[in-house]
Design a protein around this ligand. Structure first.
Ligand code: FES
Length: 181
């Protein structure tokens, strides 16, 4: 009997993961016009060259999801309330202690860029959901705040921040996937 329950659990997890993967692909399709506009050589993008993203089209409170080097990333234009909520957290209380200021670029606090795979088992969390207003991962119930930091649920670490630079006030270039914030 125990093995049947285990099997059902596996199947449920698989379905959730499959849903996450589909969401990632959908997001990539939605943002593809941005990427194709900014980086004409799609073959180069696929090979892993840095990618530039136009931020001007993302409204305050909105986010986009892009696919780069085969992985999804969130680019979020945070509201003042979201920035304040992220900054007001007692960092010592966090599972993966990082101040919000270490996860954004100085002078550009409204823009949060993170990897979009949950640090538990890799699903793609849902934006503007969960107990902390950031992201909620439906696979096993991880809640991330408006800085992409894990606040509740099984994910062990924050959503990683990739290496990127601002090439202008409305344009970023993502150059590396490592989370070194
Ligand atoms: S993959 Fe398990 S909580 Fe996100």
């Amino acid at each position: 009997m125990a093995s049947v329950q285990h099997s059902e659990g596996d199947r449920r997890d698989f379905l959730y993961l499959a849903t996450g993967a589909a969401a990632a692909v959908g997001g990539a399709a939605a943002i593809w016009p941005f990427i194709s506009q900014l980086a004409p050589d799609a073959g180069t993008v696929a090979a892993g060259a840095p990618v530039e993203i136009d931020l001007a089209a993302i409204p305050e409170g909105g986010q986009i999801k892009i696919l780069w080097r085969g992985k999804p990333y969130f680019v979020r234009n945070r509201t003042e309330a979201e920035i304040k909520a992220a900054a007001d957290v007692d960092v010592k209380s966090l599972r993966d202690p990082q101040p919000d200021s270490a996860r954004v670029k100085e002078g550009h606090a409204k823009w949060l860029i993170t990897a979009a795979n949950c640090t538990h088992l890799g699903c793609v969390p849902l934006g503007n959901q969960g107990d902390y207003g950031g992201w909620f991962c439906p696979c096993h119930g991880s809640h991330f705040d408006t800085s992409g930091r894990i606040r509740k649920g099984p994910a062990p670490t924050n959503l990683p921040v990739p290496q990127y630079t601002f090439v202008s006030d409305t344009r970023i270039r993502i150059t590396g996937a490592a989370a070194t914030a």
